[in-house]
Design a protein around this ligand. Structure first.
Ligand SMILES: CC(C)(COP(=O)(O)OP(=O)(O)OC[C@H]1O[C@@H](n2cnc3c(N)ncnc32)[C@H](O)[C@@H]1OP(=O)(O)O)[C@@H](O)C(=O)NCCC(=O)NCCS
Length: 121
């Protein structure tokens, strides 16, 4: 059994700036439609949720780099982070990397968002 972990932390203002300056082009490059719908439902808090998903994807990239040779073979939207009925985040789509298990945890406050991931292959 192979295990990999990944983590990331990001300043929410960085994501807010990207969304405000690049707009839809940025959103559509990074996030799936389900992720956009979730974040937009958070109204004025949305930047925290966008930043959290950005951090989550970076954390997944870090963890999955243990198993893939060419990091350019995966893209932001190859991974999707959704929430179950309890609000718990999960990775609903993980490219075609055939992981046995992938578990994620997210946290955010006013300034920062962070995510941790564990992958079992
Ligand atoms: C759900 C909860 C964990 C969120 O914690 P928080 O400090 O308010 O907020 P954070 O910024 O740290 O975390 C937010 C993220 O938690 C995640 N989350 C939400 N519900 C969750 C759950 N049931 N399980 C795991 N993660 C959850 C989500 O990913 C959320 O971010 P997202 O909406 O962008 O996806 C918290 O509100 C809660 O209910 N805690 C239970 C407290 C408790 O019962 N304590 C006693 C036993 S330890």
């Amino acid at each position: 059994m192979n295990i990999a972990c990944g983590t990331d932390i990001i300043e929410i203002k960085r994501i807010k700036q990207s969304i405000e300056t690049i707009g839809e082009k940025f959103l559509n490059r990074i996030y799936t439609i389900n992720e956009i719908n979730y974040c937009e439902s958070k109204k004025s808090q949305k930047y925290q949720h966008y930043a959290a998903r950005f951090a989550a994807k970076e954390a997944i990239f870090k963890a999955s780099s243990k198993f893939i040779d060419n990091k350019f073979s995966v893209d932001w939207k190859d991974f999707e982070i959704l929430n179950d009925s309890q609000g718990r985040p999960y990775v609903s789509k993980a490219a075609n990397l055939k992981f046995n298990q992938i578990d994620i945890s997210i946290s955010h406050c006013k300034q920062y968002a962070t995510a941790n991931v564990i992958i079992i292959k």
